[in-house]
Design a protein around this ligand. Sequence first.
Ligand SMILES: Nc1ncnc2c1ncn2[C@@H]1O[C@H](COP(=O)(O)OP(=O)(O)OP(=O)(O)O)[C@@H](O)[C@H]1O
Ligand SMILES: [Mg+2]
Length: 384
Amino acid sequence: MSPGPTAEKIGKYEVIDLIGRGGMGTIFRARDPVLQRPVALKVISNLEVTPELRARFFREAQACARITHPNIVIIHDMGEDSGRLFIVMELLEGEELRRVIARQAQLSLSDKLDIVLQICDGLHFAHQKGVVHRDIKPANILLLRTGQVKILDFGIAQIAGAATQRDLTRTGMFMGTLRYMAPEQVRGQADRRSDLFSVAAVSYELLSGRPPFSGDDPLQILEQLRTTTPPRLTELDSSMPTELADVIAQALQKEPGDRFADLGQMGRRLDLIRRELVGDADREAVAGDKPRNRPSSLLGPTRPPRSPTCQPAAGGRTMPECRRPTESRCPASPGSQSAPAPHSRGSSRSRSTSGFRPLLEAPPPTRPLPPCRTPARRGQRQAR
Ligand SMILES: Nc1ncnc2c1ncn2[C@@H]1O[C@H](COP(=O)(O)OP(=O)(O)OP(=O)(O)O)[C@@H](O)[C@H]1O
Ligand SMILES: [Mg+2]
């Protein structure tokens, strides 16, 4: 779709239509007339553009633009038009995690963990670049049809931080944000461990269907954030792995120092849990010869199996199976057309190294495929 001759312009971008509104701005589908491609354009509103805010906006946007990771939305450009600050991003087609949770999408536990792991990957990478998100919540996480997760709105919270701190009840935005906010962040001290807390809060809701902290007004939520320890996941669902409940409980500790050191560490723990689940599910499927369904709610068409499996890393350590989106670039991802792992665990605790099950259709690779790599090394290799 191309805009008519009278299409509104913001900067050089031709506005096509409205995608949605959030607490801090409005997102439009737009078109870059020079590069002739569609883009998403976020116009920041509700903020008085002072010289200080403008400087902060450009500083933050520049920092975010330096982060190139498959799980983070790409920033193309930024600017100011008639006193309005705007950011230009890649245009994504997907579903907000908020909606995925709200409609109780039928995802297996390992598929949910796969989503969480991608969030960990993207954020850990940003943290290593010195950028803290500060507004991790289901509304800022987009799930593409390919199964790839994209984290949105990097740095935006920082830009509007002063405004939100001034008035807790200003908009619904802050309520949406507050439920996932670390206690120290509410006091104005956010660092990467605050993002880690927010990831755990989002994970808790994805895994259990209910947020760890809730309430009808900001003060109630604030009180919970400060004093309440949410029920362990195993209390809400006895089939939940104990290790998983442990990880989430540790990440939700009130004191930042009591959480994991970073999202890399937390991600490795979750990855082990997921690999055990996948291994168990594969064994059950083989033993029972059960057909395995793919999560229909999010799926694209099935794809033919791929082979061979990931190879052991140098030094003899077996590589963990590749995960989306990385595996979509990995020629060595096993290609079973499988299904969500049943939400169950077998008795065997052995690790699976060939348990990757495509949740969703992976996009065709657009460039030569790098070899499989460990999650820990993945970020470094994706840096530009
Ligand atoms: N790059 C993008 N491509 C396509 N859609 C997007 C993109 N970025 C955001 N959206 C969508 O635009 C809508 C509005 O997003 P926005 O970030 O303004 O709202 P929000 O996350 O609810 O609030 P907040 O202002 O607190 O972030 C959402 O539906 C979001 O999924
Ligand atoms: Mg947003």
